[in-house]
Design a protein. Sequence first.
Length: 156
Amino acid sequence: MPINELASRYLDTFMRNEDFPDGLSFRKALIECDLDYSLDSLSRIDLLLDQVRSQLMPDRSSFMSDYANQTFLYLLAFYVGATISKQSGRKVDWYQYNEMLAAIPDNKNFFPECFATSITCIIEKKGFFVPLAAIEERLFEEPPTKSVKFSAERWI
């Protein structure tokens, strides 16, 4: 399935409150975040990630081994891209790592293959963005230095 279609499917599945094949961690908390594609919703995502980090103190390796957790992170990344698109009126095109390298070969020198770069996007007339970088840092680093909202705002 093309990654742009996958992004739409993730968002549609969540918004219709349908089940994800591998589960979705923190579904109730995501619903409480009122994901309405506003900038304020990105602040609520920052707060949710802060709560998960402080309450669960997740180990990156253990956390990432659970597909429901990966689905949670991918959903957040796709949501951030959709919010940027809705707020800016710009198209967001998604790329898996190898597709991104085919489109921007020089990125291999700056962006190693890892979970954070497994999906990236290009924002029309703005440039290349790695939304999972801020999401992962907010979740795993203590104290986090990145904000999901702040990282998205520069693209709007």
